[in-house]
Design a protein around this ligand. Structure first.
Ligand SMILES: Nc1ncnc2c1ncn2[C@@H]1O[C@H](COP(=O)(O)OP(=O)(O)O)[C@@H](O)[C@H]1O
Ligand SMILES: [Mg+2]
Length: 320
């Protein structure tokens, strides 16, 4: 995971840089701050959507869901008003089983990468989702059908055929680290780093690019479009931070990842939450989470509202 940093740094240097490793994340941070009983709130995307909408955070609209095999045949009725949509497992992760349909006409489905698929294939895909093929622990799952997000033009030259997102790490309700994840040809329209998407660390106060990472290697240009990643400035930055801060209020999880997409017309939306967010964000930022966590424990006030926490972050004089 942190191979790139470890190439340049000794274990002592990594420790001094405040890099959080997998064990420390699991045992000191996650088990201490995230109660197990709260996990279903974020592990199930239907529940996450409902909670988010209840406190006024927008999400891609749920068109419908399919819970049982005998309902799979209803798919054409569910999507009958739509020519584009996304089908995905409610309890999936890492982009597995996400089928982005950018066009549906006359019984032919076209995926985001331009592949044409038939009704039989879509039927099989949903059936596979229900049987747990893409889900945590292979449990039976629900298939979600939701509206397609049209990402904002500001990201156009930075991503290839897919929706980029912003991943925030939220600790005790404070957004502490950020990166944008940009789909590439290799990642098939998905913004997941282990599918081959590019990660670009963002300054938490401004939303401006810091460093890029692709498959654990440093990178400064988008591999498919050639665009200069260091020019990225995510707009509506304060709104992104507020969605992150509210993710804490809505779940009670002390440490979590919030994934936010910027729709061209509807603005920033929460796509999903994660109770065990990955650690590569540290590489994209060039500094460690442990440093930030210590900073929050020591200097950040408790009992502020989400809005106040965002203001605090924006005005804090960061060590980095
Ligand atoms: N509604 C949507 N519109 C457009 N792209 C989407 C949509 N939902 C998911 N995607 C694409 O698929 C990726 C993975 O979906 P996500 O909901 O985050 O599931 P996972 O838990 O598998 O990461 C996203 O990062 C995004 O690139
Ligand atoms: Mg995701």
């Amino acid at each position: 995971m942190l191979k790139w940093l470890s190439k340049f740094c000794s274990p002592q240097q990594l420790y001094d840089a405040g890099v959080l490793g997998m064990n420390a994340r699991n045992f000191h941070i996650i088990s201490k701050h995230n109660q197990r009983r709260l996990y279903p709130l974020v592990d199930d995307k239907v529940q996450t959507k409902t909670l988010a909408n209840n406190i006024g955070i927008s999400t891609p609209k749920l068109i419908g869901k399919i819970e049982h095999q005998y309902e799979v045949k209803n798919i054409l009725d569910i999507i009958n008003q739509y020519t584009e949509f996304v089908i995905k497992p409610a309890q999936g992760s890492g982009g597995k089983g996400v089928l982005v349909i950018s066009d549906y006409h006359d019984g032919i489905f076209t995926t985001a990468s331009g592949r044409k698929i038939s009704y039989a294939e879509v039927y099989q895909h949903i059936s596979n989702i229900l049987s747990g093929l893409y889900s945590l622990g292979g449990k039976y799952d629900t298939a979600i059908i939701e509206e397609l997000v049209h990402f904002s033009d500001v990201f156009k030259e930075y991503s290839y055929q897919g929706v980029p997102d912003v991943r925030l790490i939220i600790y005790k309700g404070y957004p502490i680290m950020a990166m944008t994840r940009l789909p590439t040809k290799a990642s098939g329209g998905r913004a997941n780093l282990h599918q081959g998407a590019v990660g670009v660390g963002l300054n938490i106060q401004t939303g401006k690019a810091l460093h890029g990472v692709l498959r654990n290697q440093p990178v400064t240009i988008q591999p498919d479009t050639g665009a200069d990643l260091m020019q990225i400035q995510v707009p509506y930055w304060q709104e992104h931070l507020l969605i992150g801060a509210l993710a804490y209020d809505m779940t009670g999880l002390g440490y979590l990842g919030a994934d936010i997409v910027l729709d061209a017309n509807k603005g920033p939306m929460m796509l999903e939450l994660n109770a065990r967010p990955g650690l590569a964000i540290q590489i994209a930022n060039g500094f460690g989470l442990k440093t930030k966590i210590k900073e929050v424990d020591k200097y950040y006030p408790e009992n502020l509202t989400a809005n106040e926490r965002v203001k605090f972050v924006l005005n804090y004089r960061h060590a980095k």
